[in-house]
Structures are given as structure tokens and as C-alpha cells.
Design a protein around this ligand. Structure first.
Ligand SMILES: Nc1ncnc2c1ncn2[C@@H]1O[C@H](COP(=O)(O)OP(=O)(O)OP(=O)(O)O)[C@@H](O)[C@H]1O
Ligand SMILES: [Mg+2]
Length: 573
């Protein structure tokens, strides 16, 4: 490997220009004054990405190393020199749900020469990619688990954690429903002439504050709800009062299926279901069936996954409860959560232009009414987390520390400015505790930690452990070692359904890893086809075990749908 020495007692910008000119792997030696270490390290972080695998380290002839404070995360805007070279025009589209924020921002994205849409959810990235391509604006789709490239595309629809902070765009769009570290990275780091952010007015002061230091020009466009949302004075009472277009909201998977059964027992309606752990493809198809007037599924039973920007033809939202288990305790829903979910009723331009909202039981009505009238509390802080390069550099100085210990050190000691909090990395730390036992490099360990494993799901966690162990042992992980294709079946019970949802998660994880460790996870296609089969089997379960309207006899439906199912499955074999 060539070795280059840069004697540059200068700023990060100079170093950045110099690095752009290097096309081959080099061992780069920079001589710096200790005072420049901070700004130059920010530039180096930018250059060191997963794909390029460059890394950097700090050594020092004097005491300058100790002057670089790894725990100082108070200037995250300086981590993104590309974005900082631009003076971006940032437009905040702020208003309640169903007020046309996304519509207007998307129009702008569509008409720009190049653009990137960053979605909080895969479903929304799919929706926008589909919409732009349909409008003849060629658009790539990039999520952790998909890469669909379209010839000549100058637009991309991505999930927010995949937001590209190294390319330049004319226009970028970002939703601010979550304020995790991926949101912060995209907000500070996307290099676009125009950046459109959609969200609730409660986020305005925080975003303005975060962008005070970037030199960007920020303007706010306020929106009003396009169609009325009427809070009802009476609760639903009985399932007999359910009507076409209703959406009943519940927060536990078990309760969702119980409600579906209770409603279908009235023999008047069929229910689609939407909840977080359903495969996204299944969620989309369930939502499509509900939206489709010619389908028999005219009622929706959903978790808060329904609140995430999907355009559904909902006439009335009915809260079955106003409390939710948040992983630690059963708590009351917050004002923004209530507004977000209630706001799904009566989408502008849909079959039900006037939305209604109520609860199953009268006891919850006062909370519903007061929350809909209350302003959302102003957001004060956004999430931040050290990126891999900072963690790596720190680990070089503390080689005995495992990833768990390093993460813990950052969580406990990071210095942040007042408008940031250190993002919750409890799940990452759970994985780190397992992975630290394996003979893997830090980059690999980090990758497993940020993978989309569901640590609360036993099968999903076991899948991750097995993938990591096999990878550490043999360097290659064949899907067949942990999974035998051809064994998947239509679940026969709720427990079977849950299991197949978990298997889907493991396969999804394999696909995710295959995009990052391509040579070591070579069975992406097999995993993707098995994933598709899982979602078909789940849908078959939902279809077979629900109530069927009399005109299609159960026997017909069963045999008809089975042959249809085998045809659909054959497509993937
Ligand atoms: N000017 C318009 N002309 C036609 N349709 C519109 C217009 N503005 C909004 N819509 C439609 O109204 C519906 C709601 O708009 P949109 O999705 O932009 O709302 P939003 O404010 O982003 O809501 P949320 O906060 O729930 O995501 C969409 O179906 C959208 O296509
Ligand atoms: Mg929207």
C-alpha cells in the first residue's frame, strides 16, 4: 500500500480537498497541530464509510491525543462537510395530520432535477418510489433490505437510516415523526439545495435551533387540516354498531385478533389487520384490500402502525383502549400519539371526507376530547449517536474494551449540546453483549448491532446469534444451515402465526446482512423468496381463519384459495 504524508497545518476543508484526489488505498499520515485535530477528524469521519472501509487512527508525538475529546459530541453539524459547503434552503412544512404537507413537499421533489426522499418506514419509501416512477420521474428504491435501481434515475426513495450524506441533490425531503439519530444525521447531513421537512408545528423551534449553526436559510410554511375531524360524544358501545370504513385501534397483537373475531362474529363485516410485526408486504396488501371498495374487507383492526402516514379510506377511528404497554409499563397514550392516530380518519379526497373519532368505552372519551384540543408539547431535543468511525477511533486507544463497554462509555460520558439527547441504544447493547464473545472485528460487531434484529423476539435473536457465530467461525453463512426451504406451511394457530412472523424477521435479517457482507451471506435470493412465501402464508391464514360471507361458501373458498395460493407460491420456487 502506498504511503502519503500530508504536512498540512490547516483546516478540515483543505484536508477534504486533498482526500478527494486519492483514488487508491493509501496509508495516510497527517501532521497536524493539536488544535486542528477536531476539525480534521470530522472530515476523516466523513470519508470513512462502511463501503469504502477506510479507517483512521490518531497517534501523537506529544500530548495532543489527549486533547482530542472523543466524548465531545457538541458540534454534530461539523460532521458533514458536504452539506456545510451548501447554504441550504430548508422549508418546514408544518401542520396537523391530513393537511397536505406531504403532498406539497412531494410536488416539489417531483419537479426537481434530482432528489432524495427519506422515509421513516419502508412502506412509505415504497409508496413514494412507486408514485414517482408512475409520474415518469425515475426513482431508485433503497432500504436496508432492498435495492431497486431504475435506469437513469436521478431520484431516490430511501429509509431514513440509508440517507446518503455524500452525494449532492437539488431537493431532499424528510419526515420528522421520529427524532432518532438517523433523523438528526439526515437533517444535518443531506447535501441538497432545498430540504423539505414535514411534521407537526411542535417541532419548529427545535429544528430552527438545530439549524442555527449550519448557515442554512430556514422558512416555515403552515398548513391547516383539509377536511374536518369530528370527535363523537358517544362511545361505540357494541360491536353491532361497527360500520363500513371503521378502524378499531388496539396495541396488542392478541387483542387485534380478538377484535377481528368479535367483529366478524356479528356476521356483517370482514376485517383487514395492520400491525407492526406483520411483514411490510402483508401490511400493504391488507391496507389495499381495506381501501379497495370492491373487496369484502371493509373494516380495519390496527395498531398504532396505522398512524404512520399511510393514506387509508377510514371513516371513523375507534380507540379500543387509550393505554399502551411501552416495554416497561402500561401507560396512557400521549397527545401527539392520539392526534396522529385520530388524524387517519377522513383523509382529504378519500371516500370519507369527514372523519370521526371515538372510543369503545365512555370512560376514555374525556381523555380523547381533551387531547384532540390540546397543543402538542413542543419538542426540545433530537437524538444523537456517535458514528462507527468515532467508536472505532476510540477503540484503537482502548483496545481491551469490547463494543458493549465502548457503547456504555459513550452513553454515560458523551457531552451534548442542550438540544440533543444520546439516542437509546439498549437494543444495540443487548446484541453487543452477545457479539463481544465472538472473534470478530469491531466493524463486523457494529454491523450486527445496528442490524434490524428484534431483540424481544426469541426466534429473531436466535437467528442473529447463529448468523454471527457461523460468520465468525467460517466466514460464510449459508441459509440452508439454519433454515430448510420447503418446510413452511400455512399456520394453524395464533402460535403458528407468531412463529412464521418471526421466521420472516430472520429471513429479513439475512437479506439485510447480505447487502453489507455480500460474499459471506450469498443466499439473498433464496431468503427473499422464502420471505415472500412467509407473507403469502400469513395472508392465507388471515383469509382462511376469518369469517366468510355466506355467498362464498367456506369449502369453495378453502379449495379455491389453496390452489390460488399454490400458484402464487410456485412463482417463488
Ligand atoms: N392540493 C391538493 N390537491 C389534491 N389532493 C391533495 C391536495 N393536498 C393534499 N391532498 C391529498 O390529501 C391527502 C392528505 O394529504 P397529505 O398526505 O399531504 O397530508 P399530510 O399533512 O402529509 O398528513 P400526515 O401528517 O397524516 O402525513 C392525500 O391523499 C393527498 O394526496
Ligand atoms: Mg404526510
Amino acid at each position: 500500500m502506498a504511503s502519503l504524508l500530508l504536512r498540512r497545518k490547516a483546516s478540515g476543508t483543505g484536508v477534504s480537498r486533498f482526500l478527494h484526489g486519492i483514488t487508491q488505498p493509501v496509508a495516510l499520515h497527517l501532521e497536524l497541530k493539536s488544535g486542528d485535530v477536531n476539525s480534521v477528524s470530522n472530515v476523516l469521519r466523513q470519508f470513512s464509510s462502511f463501503n469504502r472501509k477506510e479507517t483512521f487512527e490518531f497517534t501523537s508525538s506529544s500530548s495532543s491525543t489527549s486533547k482530542f475529546d472523543f466524548m465531545d459530541l457538541t458540534r454534530p453539524h461539523t460532521w458533514y462537510p458536504n452539506a456545510r459547503r451548501k447554504h441550504r434552503k430548508v422549508i418546514l412544512h408544518m401542520g396537523p395530520t391530513n393537511s397536505g404537507k406531504t403532498y406539497h413537499a412531494l410536488k416539489r421533489l417531483e419537479s426537481s432535477a434530482s432528489g432524495i426522499y427519506c422515509a421513516p418506514l419502508r412502506l412509505l419509501a415504497w409508496e413514494v418510489a412507486k408514485r414517482l416512477n408512475k409520474a415518469k420521474v425515475t426513482c431508485d428504491l433503497v432500504t436496508g433490505q432492498e435495492k431497486e435501481e431504475v435506469d437513469g434515475a436521478k431520484h431516490k426513495a430511501v429509509t431514513v437510516e440509508m440517507a446518503d450524506v455524500t452525494s449532492d441533490y437539488d431537493c431532499a425531503m424528510l419526515g420528522c415523526r421520529s427524532r432518532g439519530f438517523s433523523f438528526t444525521r439526515a437533517l444535518l447531513g443531506i447535501s441538497a439545495d432545498e430540504l423539505h421537512i414535514c411534521g407537526d408545528a411542535a417541532a419548529i423551534p427545535l429544528i430552527q435551533e438545530m439549524l442555527k449553526v449550519t448557515g442554512d436559510h430556514v422558512e416555515v410554511q403552515h398548513y391547516e387540516r383539509l377536511s374536518p375531524l369530528v370527535p363523537l360524544k358517544v362511545p361505540l358501545g357494541s360491536f353491532n354498531n361497527i360500520r363500513t370504513g371503521d378502524c378499531i385501534v388496539s396495541f396488542s397483537r392478541k387483542k387485534i385478533y380478538q377484535l377481528k373475531r368479535q367483529i366478524e362474529n356479528e356476521r356483517k363485516h370482514l376485517c383487514s389487520v395492520v400491525y407492526g410485526s406483520l411483514p411490510p408486504e402483508t401490511r400493504t396488501r391488507q391496507a389495499t384490500m381495506f381501501n379497495d371498495e370492491s373487496s369484502e374487507f371493509d373494516v380495519l383492526v390496527a395498531s398504532d402502525a396505522v398512524g404512520m402516514g399511510l393514506n387509508l379510506n377510514i371513516s371513523r377511528i375507534i380507540f379500543s383502549t387509550m393505554t399502551k404497554f411501552d416495554g416497561i409499563e402500561e401507560r396512557e397514550l400521549t397527545v401527539p400519539e392520539i392526534k396522529q392516530i385520530a388524524g387517519r380518519a377522513g383523509r382529504y379526497g378519500s371516500k370519507f371526507p369527514v372523519g370521526e373519532v371515538t372510543c369503545m368505552d365512555a370512560e376514555y372519551l374525556p381523555l380523547l376530547h381533551s387531547s384532540l384540543n390540546a397543543p402538542s408539547p413542543t419538542l426540545e431535543r433530537a437524538g444523537l449517536f456517535p458514528n462507527f468511525d468515532l467508536i472505532f477511533t476510540y477503540s484503537r486507544l482502548h483496545p481491551k474494551r469490547g463494543l458493549y463497554e465502548i457503547l456504555e462509555h459513550f452513553v454515560e460520558n458523551a457531552k451534548l449540546s442542550y438540544n440533543y439527547f444520546i439516542a437509546d441504544c439498549e437494543d444495540m447493547m443487548k446484541v453487543a453483549a452477545i457479539i463481544d464473545e465472538l472473534p470478530l472485528g469491531l466493524h463486523d460487531k457494529y454491523l450486527f448491532c445496528i442490524s434490524p434484529v428484534d431483540v424481544d423476539d426469541e426466534i429473531s435473536s436466535q437467528g442473529l446469534t447463529q448468523f454471527a457465530e457461523n460468520y465468525a467461525k467460517k466466514g460464510i453463512v449459508r441459509l440452508r444451515e439454519i433454515f430448510t426451504p420447503g418446510t413452511l406451511q400455512v399456520p394453524k394457530s395464533q402460535a403458528g402465526l407468531k412463529e412464521i412472523e418471526s421466521i420472516h424477521k430472520v429471513l429479513d435479517l439475512y437479506v439485510w446482512l447480505s447487502y453489507r457482507l455480500e460474499d459471506s451471506f450469498p443466499d439473498r435470493e433464496l431468503a427473499a423468496s422464502q420471505k415472500a412465501i412467509c407473507s403469502l402464508l400469513i395472508e392465507e391464514f388471515l383469509d382462511r381463519f376469518g369469517w366468510h360471507k355466506p355467498r362464498a361458501s367456506l369449502a369453495n373458498l378453502k379449495s379455491g384459495s389453496t390452489s390460488l395460493l399454490s400458484q402464487r407460491i410456485r412463482k417463488y420456487l
